[in-house]
Design a protein around this ligand. Structure first.
Ligand SMILES: *[C@@H]1O[C@H](CO)[C@@H](O)[C@H](O)[C@H]1NC(C)=O
Ligand SMILES: *[C@@H]1O[C@H](CO)[C@@H](O)[C@H](O)[C@H]1NC(C)=O
Ligand SMILES: *[C@@H]1O[C@H](CO)[C@@H](O)[C@H](O)[C@H]1NC(C)=O
Ligand SMILES: *[C@@H]1O[C@H](CO)[C@@H](O)[C@H](O)[C@H]1NC(C)=O
Ligand SMILES: *[C@@H]1O[C@H](CO)[C@@H](O)[C@H](O)[C@H]1NC(C)=O
Ligand SMILES: *[C@@H]1O[C@H](CO)[C@@H](O)[C@H](O)[C@H]1NC(C)=O
Ligand SMILES: *[C@@H]1O[C@H](CO)[C@@H](O)[C@H](O)[C@H]1NC(C)=O
Ligand SMILES: *[C@@H]1O[C@H](CO)[C@@H](O)[C@H](O)[C@H]1NC(C)=O
Ligand SMILES: *[C@@H]1O[C@H](CO)[C@@H](O)[C@H](O)[C@H]1NC(C)=O
Ligand SMILES: *[C@@H]1O[C@H](CO)[C@@H](O)[C@H](O)[C@H]1NC(C)=O
Ligand SMILES: *[C@@H]1O[C@H](CO)[C@@H](O)[C@H](O)[C@H]1NC(C)=O
Ligand SMILES: *[C@@H]1O[C@H](CO)[C@@H](O)[C@H](O)[C@H]1NC(C)=O
Length: 400
């Protein structure tokens, strides 16, 4: 069975090498079994994704991914992942060979791109993160790979799969258009005292029309993060536990760059044991970048034991004095926080800290029912005029 498959794949490779590509008859479906004996399954997986319309990884297969996966420029592909892709934690190999991204100095195991791609099947992407969590604890500059990167991908559906123990962010959507993730279970759990650091669920960058829905996330950093140039995004029905929240930004970090986040809705979100709930963060200070956050709605958040349930921080990573001298050039407008309920861990349940100089406008707060573990809830705001039925909870905002 395995030999038959291999010889077929070799035949296809030979055909690809020797014939003009239009004469190659793409195979309808190929099924992959692990090579075993400590071998790397990346080459056979790459070959199959090139040669076959549908690639099936059956429930019984765990493929050993030991070399990087460049799967860009594909079209009309279905990866039916019923089994597991496990990324072999060879740290020296990946730090030297992971695909690099200049943005925030990241690397990734896998770039998947092109048009009309479906990934589904009920299987698992296993980032084998434990070795990475432990190594990062003694080397804080260790480059750790993002598990799954959609790179220049259009019309993509990823659904009904699990992702576990990513060494770094689970998913990056980079320069994508019309991408949907549905029914994804993400779980990052360290078995040592070293946490699963920086395991963002999704980061969206330079991408338009992205949906993330009906998913359950247990991780150690942002549940979903909208990085520079994220537009027309819907995030709905997510249960996030242990995360840093649904975050716009951080934006305006890099000098000379203009960052846009526009038309984002995050609705029906449960956020538990998290650092933040609904958050927007932008840099201020000298020598940073600029941008605009426009038309963002956070609606129907049910929060439980969240440190900062509602946050705008427009002086992110900037001292108050530097922020006063160099207000943020990332403007924030047309933002709605609607129907936010639940509990915080501290007394402050909402903090809307805008940079001086009227950088925030048209910020609306409605239907807040948030309570601290004890005492009176604190609502704080700076340099912003709030509207909506929860504005009175904040009182008059401080002007700095
Ligand atoms: C995966 O492949 C690498 C490289 O061949 C090998 O060193 C490693 O032992 C394999 N892992 C497993 C679980 O087979
Ligand atoms: C991926 O492969 C394509 C096609 O061979 C190539 O053009 C591209 O440069 C590769 N990408 C990376 C990041 O290596
Ligand atoms: C720490 O990680 C960085 C980046 O991956 C690497 O260049 C450096 O050699 C590592 N340091 C040690 C002591 O391993
Ligand atoms: C968006 O992608 C989906 C596949 O997920 C496809 O069915 C749909 O037609 C695409 N929409 C557009 C406008 O191309
Ligand atoms: C969600 O995905 C899981 C596999 O991870 C599958 O078992 C389940 O049936 C899917 N749920 C729906 C509603 O499709
Ligand atoms: C999130 O949790 C709630 C309450 O337990 C449950 O009703 C809902 O189905 C969960 N959502 C998902 C996407 O699993
Ligand atoms: C975002 O898009 C704008 C408008 O197209 C562009 O000027 C800017 O350079 C982009 N920023 C980034 C970070 O890609
Ligand atoms: C935001 O949505 C509005 C209304 O649909 C649309 O006119 C505008 O072009 C969108 N903005 C971006 C950046 O796509
Ligand atoms: C705001 O964004 C939402 C999508 O999140 C979009 O449906 C709506 O049309 C946008 N409104 C405006 C005024 O652009
Ligand atoms: C506030 O933002 C909403 C949504 O983008 C928009 O429809 C409305 O006109 C804005 N209001 C003001 C006063 O700018
Ligand atoms: C606030 O809650 C009330 C009562 O549930 C509801 O009628 C109203 O539409 C809500 N306001 C907004 C802006 O969602
Ligand atoms: C708030 O509104 C007052 C009165 O219209 C205005 O003078 C002030 O500049 C506004 N502040 C901000 C931060 O927009």
């Amino acid at each position: 069975m395995r030999l038959t498959l291999l010889s077929l794949l070799f035949a296809v490779s030979a055909a690809l090498a020797s014939a003009p590509s239009r004469t190659v008859v793409e195979r309808a479906s190929c099924t992959l079994a692990p090579l075993g004996s400590g071998k790397d399954d990346s080459p056979q997986f790459l070959t199959a994704m090139q040669a076959c319309s549908t690639v099936v990884i059956p429930t019984t297969s765990t493929l050993n991914i030991s070399t990087r996966l460049n799967m860009t420029g594909l079209s009309n592909k279905h990866l039916n992942l019923q089994g597991t892709l496990r990324f072999n934690p060879n740290i020296p190999y990946w730090t030297a060979n992971g695909f690099p991204f200049t943005f925030q100095t990241q690397i990734t195991f896998w770039i998947l791109g092109g048009t009309n791609i479906v990934v589904d099947g009920g299987g698992t992407l296993d980032g084998a993160g434990q070795a990475w969590y432990d190594a990062f604890a003694s080397n804080s500059s260790l480059l750790r790979p993002i598990t799954f990167t959609l790179f220049q991908a259009t019309n993509v559906l990823v659904q009904n799969i699990k992702m576990i123990n990513s060494p770094e962010w689970f998913n990056l959507v980079n320069e994508g258009k019309n991408v949907t993730f549905n029914n994804i279970t993400l779980n990052a759990a360290s078995t040592s005292s070293h946490g699963a650091a920086n395991t963002d669920g999704w980061d969206i960058y330079r991408s338009d029309t992205v949906v993330i829905s009906n998913s359950v996330i247990n991780n150690g950093d942002d549940c979903v993060s909208f990085k520079p140039n994220s537009t027309n995004i819907l995030v709905s029905n997510l249960n996030c536990t242990g995360s840093h929240g649904i975050s716009v930004g951080s934006l305006g970090q890099f000098a000379g760059m203009f960052d846009i986040v526009e038309n984002v809705t995050a609705i029906n979100i449960r956020m538990s044991n998290a650092q933040n709930g609904a958050r927007i963060k932008a840099w201020a200070g000298s020598g940073v970048g600029s941008g605009i956050v426009k038309n963002v709605t956070f609606m129907n958040f049910i929060e439980s034991k969240v440190d900062n349930p509602v946050v705008i921080d427009q002086c992110y990573m900037t001292s108050a004095s530097a922020c006063a001298q160099f207000p943020s050039n990332t403007f924030i407008q047309d933002v709605f926080f609607t129907t936010i309920s639940g509990t915080s861990t501290g007394s402050t349940v909402a903090s809307l800290a805008c940079s001086p100089g009227a950088r925030c406008s048209n910020i609306t707060v409605n239907n807040f029912t948030l309570s601290p573990p004890s005492g009176t809830a604190k609502y704080t705001c700076q340099n912003v005029n709030l509207t909506g039925n929860a504005a009175s909870l904040f009182g008059t905002c401080t002007v700095t």
